[in-house]
Design a protein around this ligand. Structure first.
Ligand SMILES: C[S@@+](CC[C@H](N)C(=O)[O-])C[C@H]1O[C@@H](n2cnc3c(N)ncnc32)[C@H](O)[C@@H]1O
Length: 512
C-alpha cells in the first residue's frame, strides 16, 4: 500500500458489493486510489467469494489474469489456480483475514489486524460496511412478532452496530460509510426507536467504547434533504436512498450514513440524480441466455418440461375474464431450452445503457457465470406463466385478487390480503423490486418476465439487477449464491459513493 492510497476496512462484507464499488473507482489519472486492506465476513461461502474477488483484483493489477479466466472457464480448479499464483493468493487470503471471522467472537484477531493496518498507514483511511439487517428488516420483524418468546433487547443482532463502533474507535477513519435496511428507521427496543440512538453513538463512539482517544463524527446524508416543511416526513427519512434514481435497475431503498471525522472540515457532495438514466429489468438482463425451469417432484427433462408448458398454454387459453388476452401471446414452448448456459451468445445484443455496459460487461469474457435455473413445482409453472403474461400486458404483477380461481393455490386465506404479493413477476419495462436474500428460499417474488421461460431469476440475473460485473463469480452452492447476491449493496451505487468520498478526502489532503 502506498502512502497516498486510501486504506479501506470493510466489515460485514458479504460477497463484497460495497467494497467492489470502492476498489473499482478510478480517479482522473486512471489510478485506483482505494485499496481494501481487510474484509471481515463470517459466512464461509461469502468469504470464498470475497477471496476469489480479491485474487481477481490483485491479479489484474499485476497483469496476470490468464489463470483467473481459465478458472471461470472450468479449465482450472480454484485450488490449482491458487497454487499456481501462490503469492497473489496469499495476499488475497490475508485481505480476507485468512478465513471467515465473526465480529463479537473473533475480536482479538480482527482488532489486532485493524491496529496493524492503521498504525502502518499514514495516508487516509475509511471504514465501510453495514451490520446485518435481519433484526431491523420489516420481514424479520414480522417473523419475530409471531414468536411469543422474542425479546428485542436480547436479540444480539440489534447491537451488532456496536461491533462497528469498536472498530471505528480503533481505526479512527477519516470517513465511514454505513448501510442498512429501511427498517432500521422504525425498529424499536423497549418501545424506543433505535435509530436516534445509533446516530448518537456513531457521532460519539467513545461514549460506548470507553476509548477517550476516539474522535467524534458528523453524520451526513447522501441525498437531498426532504422538505422540512412537510411534517409528515420524519427527518430520519433523509437518509433513505432510492437506488433506482441513480442508474440501478432495482427499486432498492436503503439507509446510508456517511460519517466525517471532526477535524475534516469539508462537507460531502450528495448523489446526483441527473447523471444516469432509469434502467429497466429487460435492459439489464435481456441479453442473458434463455433457460427453462427445472421440474421438482417429477422427472426432469426438456421433454417433460415441454409437455407441462404446452399443457399450461392450453389451460390458460381456456380461461376467460382473467384480465389478460392469452391469445395475444404465443405460449408454445421454446425449442431445446437448457437449465444452464455458460456461453454468452447474445452479448452483442445487450440493451444495457452505457454506464452499465462499461461496468458489467467484460470484453475478455464470453461466458455467463452462475446462470442456472432452479426446479419448480408443476403447478407453479402455470402461475409463473400467468404472472409473466399479466406483467407483459398490464405492466404490473398480479395480486391475489387478480388470479383466476383455477390458478389460486390451496391456501384457505388466499383472498384475505395476506397473500397479496405471494407471486411477483419482475416487469420487463420497470426497475426490479428489491432483490433480497429471500430469493434463496423460493423464487415466487422473482419471476422472470418471459411467460415462455416459466421460471424465477437465476443468480446471474439477480447479480445483474444488483449491478455486479459479469466476471464476478459467486462461490458456494446455488442457495449460498442467491443469499450473497441478495445481501449485497449494488456495486455501481457503491462506486458513486466512493467518488463522493474520494472528492472529500482529496480536498482535505492536498497531496492526493
Ligand atoms: C447485509 S450483508 C453485507 C453486504 C455487503 N456490505 C455487500 O455490499 O456485499 C451482511 C453480512 O454480514 C455477515 N455477518 C453477520 N454477522 C456477522 C458478524 N458478527 N461478523 C462478521 N460478519 C457477519 C453476514 O454473513 C452477511 O454476509
Amino acid at each position: 500500500m502506498k502512502g497516498n492510497d486510501i486504506l479501506v476496512i470493510d466489515l460485514f462484507s458479504g460477497p463484497g458489493g460495497l467494497g467492489e464499488g470502492f476498489a473499482s473507482y478510478q480517479n482522473n489519472n486512471e489510478e485506483y486510489p482505494f485499496k481494501i486492506g481487510m474484509s471481515v465476513e463470517k459466512d464461509p461461502h461469502a468469504h470464498m467469494t470475497l477471496t476469489t474477488r480479491a485474487f481477481y483484483r490483485l491479479a489484474k493489477q499485476k497483469g496476470c489474469l490468464d489463470g483467473y479466466y481459465q478458472y471461470l472457464n472450468s479449465n482450472l480448479s480454484r485450488a490449482k489456480l491458487f497454487e499456481s499464483y501462490k503469492g497473489i493468493y496469499e495476499s488475497a487470503f490475508q485481505e480476507t483475514l485468512e478465513g471467515p471471522s465473526e465480529l463479537g467472537k473473533d475480536n482479538d484477531h480482527i482488532h489486532a489486524r485493524v491496529k496493524e493496518l492503521t498504525e502502518n498507514h499514514n495516508g487516509p483511511k475509511i471504514l465501510i460496511g453495514g451490520p446485518p439487517c435481519q433484526a431491523y428488516s420489516l420481514a424479520g420483524r414480522s417473523r419475530n412478532a409471531g414468536n411469543k418468546n422474542y425479546v428485542p433487547k436480547e436479540d444480539h443482532r440489534h447491537f451488532l452496530y456496536k461491533e462497528y463502533l469498536k472498530v471505528l474507535s480503533i481505526a479512527k477513519p477519516d470517513v465511514f460509510v454505513m448501510e442498512n435496511v429501511r427498517g432500521i428507521l422504525t425498529a424499536k427496543v423497549e418501545n424506543q426507536l433505535i435509530f436516534p440512538q445509533i446516530l448518537n453513538d456513531l457521532q460519539n463512539p467513545s461514549k460506548i467504547t470507553g476509548s477517550d482517544s476516539c474522535p467524534s463524527y458528523r453524520i451526513y446524508s447522501l441525498v437531498e434533504k426532504t422538505d422540512e416543511a412537510d411534517n409528515s416526513t420524519p427527518a430520519s427519512l433523509n437518509y433513505l436512498i432510492r437506488f433506482e434514481e441513480f442508474g440501478i435497475p432495482q427499486a432498492r431503498h436503503r439507509v446510508i450514513l456517511l460519517g466525517v471525522r471532526e477535524d475534516i472540515k469539508q462537507i460531502p457532495d450528495i448523489l446526483d440524480k441527473n447523471i444516469y438514466p432509469k434502467v429497466s429489468v429487460k435492459e439489464a438482463i435481456g441479453d442473458l441466455p434463455k433457460l427453462r425451469s427445472g421440474l421438482s417432484k417429477k422427472a426432469d427433462s426438456y421433454d417433460s418440461w415441454q409437455e407441462v408448458v404446452s399443457k399450461n398454454a392450453e389451460t390458460l387459453s381456456k380461461l376467460h375474464n382473467i384480465g389478460v388476452d392469452v391469445n395475444k401471446t404465443d405460449l408454445q414452448p421454446y425449442e431445446d431450452l437448457k437449465r444452464k448456459e455458460t456461453v454468452h451468445k447474445n452479448k452483442s445484443l445487450n440493451q444495457l445503457p452505457d454506464h452499465l455496459r462499461k461496468w458489467i460487461l467484460d470484453p475478455e469474457l464470453n461466458l455467463v457465470l452462475n446462470h442456472e435455473t432452479r426446479g419448480h413445482m408443476e403447478s407453479d409453472l402455470l402461475r409463473y406463466s400467468f404472472c409473466a403474461l399479466h406483467g407483459e400486458q398490464r405492466r404490473f404483477s398480479p395480486k391475489a385478487e387478480n388470479f383466476p380461481a383455477e390458478l389460486a393455490p390451496q391456501h384457505q386465506n388466499w383472498n384475505s390480503g395476506s397473500y397479496n404479493d405471494r407471486f411477483r413477476v419482475q416487469v420487463s419495462t420497470k426497475a426490479a423490486t428489491t432483490i433480497t436474500s429471500h430469493i434463496s428460499k423460493d423464487g415466487h417474488y422473482f419471476i422472470h418476465y418471459d411467460p415462455k421461460q416459466c421460471r424465477s431469476l437465476t443468480v446471474r440475473e439477480a447479480a445483474r439487477l444488483q449491478t455486479f460485473p459479469d466476471n464476478y463469480i459467486f462461490e458456494g452452492n446455488r442457495t449460498n449464491q442467491y443469499t450473497q447476491v441478495g445481501n449485497a449493496v449494488p456495486p455501481f451505487l457503491a462506486r458513486q459513493i466512493s467518488e463522493i468520498v474520494f472528492s472529500l478526502i482529496k480536498k482535505h489532503y492536498s497531496n492526493l
